[in-house]
Design a protein around this ligand. Sequence first.
Ligand code: SF4
Length: 497
Amino acid sequence: LKKESSINSNCGVFGIYNNPEAAILTYYGLHSLQHRGQEAAGIVTSEFLESENRHRFNIHKDHGLVSNVFRDEKILTDALRGTAAIGHTRYSTTGASDKRTNIQPFKVIFKGGNLALSHNGNLTNTRELRNHLQDEGTLFQTSTDSELLLHLIARSKKESIEEKILEAVSFIKGAYSICILTDDKLFAIRDPYGVRPFCMGKLGESFVFASETCALDIINADYVRDVMPGEMITIDKDVIKSGEPKSVYFEKVERYRHCIFEFIYFSRPDSIVFEEKVDKVRRRIGKNLALESPPPKKEDDRKRVVVINVPDSSNTATLGYFSEAAKHNSDIKNEIGLIRSHYVGRTFIQPGQDKREMKVRTKFNIVKGVLSDRKVVMIDDSIVRGTTSKLLVDLLKKASPKEIHLKITSPPIISPCYYGMDFPSKQELIAARKDKNLEEIKEWLGVDSIAYLSEEKLLESATNTRPETGFCTACFSGNYPIQIEGIDEIPKNGFDD
Ligand code: SF4
C-alpha cells in the first residue's frame, strides 16, 4: 500500500553492453526493479545496421508495469534489436506523470549521433539551468529534470562525447544515477554524494549496470562493484577487448550521503546497495529497535505477546526485532497476523465509503485467531501521513486484541525528500504536524504505545567501514546535505556542509 500511497521511489535504471539479447535482459532487469517505480517503463537499444554502416536507436516505452509495457514478446525480439540497451522504470517525482513524453529513457539525435538517457534521482538546481537554457533558445519537450542533462550534453562544444558528458555533469547538482547510451558506448554516472544506489556487474563478456543488484541476479550476472560516487564508467569496444572498464572521477567529496531510507524500505532485501547486504542491515535495524524498545511483558496467566510484521515491507526487520527481543523475553511469539493480497487493482467505492480505507481492506486482512485477546506488537517501517497506519490499527482492532504496540523501524519523518523520493509536503507528515509528540501521535493512531527507532541506532545499523561512507537523513533531521534551490520552506536547520 505504501508503495502506492505514501512514499514512492522514483526510478530504477538498467544498462547492458555487448549482448545480442540486450533488450530481453533489460526487460528482466527492469522487472526486478519494478518496486522502484510502477507508473511507466521503457527500453532503448542501439542496433548496428551493417548494410547502411550506421547505428539505429530503437525505443519502446509506455505507462504501466514492465510486464504490461512489454507484453508482446515481439517488441523485445523484433522491434528492440541491438547489442546494447538502457531501460527505466518510473515513478514520477518531477514532471507530470501522465505525460507520455516524460517517460524514460529519453532519446535524441545530436550532431554526435544518437543519445539516450535513463536517470534515477532528482536534480536540485533545475530552475536556474532551465531558465538559462530557455533564454538561449532551448526548446524542452518534457517537464522532467532529466531532459536538462541531454540538452547540456548536446550543446557542449567539447570534442569527445566523454568530455561533453563530463562538462554537462559539472553543471548539475542533486542525486543522480544515470545510464547514457550512445551509438557505440555505454556510460554509468553517479552523483558525488552517491545518494541513490548504482552497481556494475558482468555477464560473460557483457557489462551491466543497475540500480540494485537484484537486477543482476535475475539475469545471472555477477556483481563486480558499485559505480562509485562522483565516478563515470565508460564501456566501449576497447573495454570489451581489455575487460577493464574506463573510469573517471569527476568530483570527490569528503563524505558520501547515501539515502538511509534505501535500507529502511526502498531497496529489496535481496540486494546489495551501498556495498552492504540490505537484508543484514534491515535485520540490524529490527534488532536495534528491539534493544531500544522491547515488547511488553505478558501478564500472569495470559496468552503470550505476539509480534507481527506489516507485509512485505517490514518482514526482514521483524525477523531482526523478534530474534533480539526473544533473547530477553520468552513470553513472545512471532506470528503472521496480517495477510497481504498482491492482486490489488482498481478500488471501486460506494458513496460514503473512504477510498483509502477500501484500499487497505483490499490489500490487507487480519488473522483473527492469532491477534484476538493478546497484546500485539506491530512492526512497520515508517509512518508518513499516518492515515494508512491508522487504518491498519483499526483493522487490527476488529480482532479485539488486548493492546496494540506500534514499533517503527525508522525515526519520525518530519521533512520531505528532494533527492528522488516522493514524500508528501511537510504539512501532511504526521510527525511534523504533531511536532514529534509521541503521546499525541499515539492518541491520534489509537494505539497503546508507539516507538520509533532513534537516528543514532539507525545509522549504527549500517556498518560499511569506508572512511567516506555517510548517509543522508534529511527526512528525519531536516539537514539537507546537498543544496536545493528555490525551496522557501527549507532548510530549517541550514545545510550541513
Ligand atoms: Fe533518503 Fe530521506 Fe535523504 Fe530523501 S531525504 S535521500 S528519503 S534519507
